[in-house]
Structure formats: C-alpha cells, structure tokens
Design a protein around this ligand. Structure first.
Ligand code: 5CA
Ligand code: ZN
Length: 421
C-alpha cells in the first residue's frame, strides 16, 4: 500500500537535548536506552469512517516524535498499518451496502488526504492487514506447534478451529529478563482487563477458551466473510493484535524504539501485540510503549452512536486552515485527555494570524536562536508542545521586533512543530 506524500523537514541549525519520553510500561519519563535506534510503529486506522480529530491528534503526537528525532539527525524508520479487514469494517460495509474493500479504499484515501493537509510526515512502510496474511500464518502455526496457541471447538454455534493465544502459556513458557507477563505493558488489574477486553473487540465469554483474556489469532472462514489461505490453519482471517505484532517485527529491527497509538490501545491491543512478539521470538517488541490521550467533543466522548464526531475532512472542506487545526491539537499535551471545542479552534485561528504577522516582522538572529533552543527544550521534555507554543507566543509579543530573521523562525515552526504558516 502506498502512504501519503509529505515534505522532508528543512534543517534547523544545531540540535536539542536528549529526548525524555513517557513509557506506559514502566510508567516513567525516561530516555530511550543507548542503541535503541529510532524505529517507530504507530497503529493505523480501521478504515470504515473518516478521520476524526481524535485520530488526527494521535498521529500529530507521533509526528512530533518523528520530527524531534529527525531534527537530531536520525534516520527514522516509521511503520504504520491499516486494519483493512476487521469486524467494524465488515459491519459498516454490510450496513451501508458497500463492498468492504471499496469502503476501506475510500476511507484510506480520505485519511491520506487528511494527513497531507495536517502536514504529518508519511511512514516509510504503510501496510494493510490483507497484504500481510502470508507473513502471519507461519507465526500462528509456530505458536500452535509450541503449545502457546490452541484451537477452540465448542457448541456455541461457531465453527471449530479458531486459534487463540494462551496468555498463561505465553507467560510461563519463557521466563527471565524482559520476559512478557500479563500486565507488563498495561499494568492493569485483571478485573479491568476483563472489562476492557469485552469493550475492545475481545470475547472473554466465549465458551471453550482456556482463559477469558486469551485473544484471537486466526478466525476460520464463516460464510459471507472474507477469508484467505491459512495453510494448516485452514482458510480464515487474522486476529487484530497479531496483525500489528507481525507487521512491526517484520519491518523494524526488534526491539524497536517506540510502539505507539492512542491510550485506548494500551489494553488489550499493545499488551497482546507485545505478548505475541515475545512468544514468537523471545525478544521484546519495543523499548517504549507510548500513548496519546483521548479526544472528546465538548466534554463528551466522541462516538458514532452519539453522532458527535468532528471529521478533519469536514473542517477542511468548510475552509478551516489546516495550520489552525494542528495548533488546536498542539495546545494540549499529547498524553492528556482533552476536548475539541469551537473556542479551542478559535484560539488556534487567532494564534496562526499572530504567528504569521510576527514571522513577517522578523527578528534578530540571536533571538531566533534562543527561540529555537526553547522550542527544542520543550519538545525534549516528553514532547511538551503546549510549552513550545507558549515560547513562540512570547517571542511574537517580545522578540519579533524586526531584524530580518523571520524565515528561520518559520522553518523552526514547520520543521519541529509541523505548523506550515
Ligand atoms: N486499527 C486500529 C489500530 S491497529 C485502530 O485502533 N484504529 S482506529 O481507527 O480505531 O484508531 C486509529 C488511531 O487513533 C489509533 O491509534 C487509536 O488509538 C487512535 N484514536 C482513536 N480514537 C481516538 C480518540 N478519541 N482520541 C485520540 N486518539 C484516538
Ligand atoms: Zn495496531
């Protein structure tokens, strides 16, 4: 699958301090270990609906990381998936009478256009689940062979042969340093895991499973559902967590630096993706597990049933400046949960204007250099975009007094913050 197109950030002279980044697994802000590299896997969309501001906020968060690494001269390896076959996509296609493949293509195209408008740097590898079934089947076959996965047959009306990952065998089969255990990534108590599993695509109550939390690796073919050749698994389609786990470890050196996504993916998705990768290779999937906060609308969780989704494409079509959308997002720290409001967008629109005229006025060379340092310092501190924005605001008020160096500041804004004025 091809990604979207993006412009390589212009070089800003000098470089910033070492990045301190929050890791959900250790619950600490800390630097990446030496030699961790700059590989990043960010969980992509399930393309059944347009990109809402919550999705956009998550991709903008990881774009800040990408930009900070690049600013330090790193050759960032960025991989993102598209969950282009999964229950929500198939259900939406069925409900709207559109072929699921067409729906996925339409929505992925819309997502690409949104990412381009928001100036999010493209991944080097943009991979659909349906492209990777051949990668995944042997991994599941091996897990079955080792007794870490098992097939379910039960008289619940479902066909026999769905393959599940055994969390118990996954954590007891290998021990020692770095060994995966249930809770390693999420740190959650089991009762919460059970609730989240039911809410987020799991099937804790399915009869025949060894442990309620065991996630699906391979779903054998059902009539009316798409299916692929699964070798000894029989025809079927992949489970969700194994998809990301297999794509990530196939395209990045394991362990890679950062596994990312929204905080709704901490459990079960990232917990189980890490479990699968560890069970297959006895190597951790990633060094840091990073999560962006959830975006709501006017204080209420954005949800399809409430119909309160704010789509990026709709904002763009109504003439909203993409730089203002980006600034409205960046006004919140990436880890905080926040609400999209008209007021927040209004503030961002005014900010764009103030920044534009300050850049036109220009600044002294030394003032541009100290602003650059302040922005880098803020970004190195767990990607503190709100602090970076305040530093720029202050510069607009006090530092943009002319002097011919406005272009340097515009480059700083666009290269590190992705804000194209
Ligand atoms: N395809 C899977 C990941 S493999 C998925 O979660 N798709 S998604 O379309 O539901 O979400 C795409 C990305 O946006 C994920 O990283 C998810 O964590 C993030 N996300 C979803 N809703 C929100 C929200 N309200 N606020 C912030 N991020 C969100
Ligand atoms: Zn994922």
């Amino acid at each position: 699958m091809i990604a979207w197109t993006s412009t390589v950030p212009e070089n800003v002279p000098g470089s910033g301090p070492e990045l301190q980044l929050y890791d959900s697994s250790s619950q600490e802000i800390r630097p990446l270990p030496p030699g961790a590299g700059t590989g990043m896997y960010v969980c992509g969309i399930t393309p059944y609906d347009a990109t809402h501001i919550g999705h956009a906020s998550t991709y903008v968060a990881f774009d800040l990381l990408n930009r900070y690494w690049r600013d330090g001269g790193a050759d960032v390896q960025y991989v993102q998936n598209v969950t282009d076959v999964d229950d929500p996509l198939l259900e939406r296609a069925e409900a709207t009478g559109i072929d699921w493949r067409d729906l996925a293509v339409q929505q992925t195209n819309l997502f690409r256009a949104d990412m381009e408008a928001l100036n999010v740097l493209a991944p080097q590898h943009y991979v659909g689940a349906v492209e990777t079934v051949d990668w995944l089947v042997p991994v599941v076959e091996d897990l079955l062979g080792e007794g870490i996965a098992y097939t379910v047959s039960s008289d619940d009306g479902e066909p026999d042969g769905d393959v599940y990952f055994s969390v118990e065998n996954g954590q007891s089969a290998y021990s020692g340093q770095n060994a995966w255990y249930l809770g390693q990534i999420s740190g959650l108590p089991e009762a919460t895991m059970l609730e989240l599993s039911a809410e987020r695509g799991g099937d804790p109550n399915r009869p025949g499973k060894r442990n309620a939390l065991d996630p699906l690796l391979w779903r054998v073919a059902r009539s009316g559902e798409p299916h692929w050749d699964g070798g000894t698994l029989g025809r079927g389609r992949p489970g969700w967590h194994i998809e990301c786990s297999v794509i990530a470890k196939r395209l990045l050196p394991q362990p890679f630096a950062v596994q990312g996504g929204g905080s709704d993916l901490v459990f079960p998705h990232h917990e189980m993706s890490a479990a699968h990768a560890w069970a297959s290779t006895r190597v951790p999937l990633a060094h840091h597990y990073c999560h962006a906060g959830m975006v709501a609308l006017d204080g209420e969780k954005m949800s399809k049933s409430k119909g309160n989704l704010v789509f990026v494409s709709r904002l763009l079509n109504s003439g909203v400046d993409p730089a203002a959308i980006r600034l409205a997002i960046l006004a919140h720290h990436y880890r905080s949960d926040w609400s999209w409001t008209e007021e927040g967008l209004g503030t961002a629109q005014r900010r764009v204007e103030v920044w534009r005229s300050a850049v036109r006025r220009g600044t002294e060379e030394a003032t541009a250099a100290s602003l650059t340092q302040a922005v880098r310092q803020a970004m190195a501190d767990d990607l503190d975009a709100p602090a970076a924005l305040l530093a720029v605001d202050e510069w607009c008020e006090q530092g943009a007094t002319g002097g011919g160096h406005g272009t340097e500041v515009a480059t700083l804004m666009s290269s590190l913050l992705g804000v194209r004025l």
